[in-house]
Design a protein. Sequence first.
Length: 135
Amino acid sequence: MRLRASNRLRLGVSHELKTPLTSIRIVRRDAEGGWADEAKKRTYYDYIQSESERLSRLIDNVLQLARLNAQLAAHRREERAPVSELLDLVRSKVSTQVERAGFEPATPQRCPADANVVVDADCSRRSSSTSWTTP
């Protein structure tokens, strides 16, 4: 699935980059053909400028996407934190709510390295569920 999406992206990027390049080449050829007057040449040069700016934006977008993908891949490779660390954080933040609602925390084997993200999400979920639950 991921490979298919990557191939589609590559094909789309290739097409999006080739389109302005082809347009620039065609307009340049027409401008240099000797039959266009100066006003028409000016229109051609403006078009070439706008297409080259578009091409620069497309390249910037591709580079930004590559950077974001690299950051995501690095985040996925981070080490896992011990579950005990996660449980200690959860207990310290929601122990009274958990006890009042009669919940017992589940004990997963591993958790993401950024335990604070998981704890905040879990606290939010538990807070929502205890707001609507009567003991």
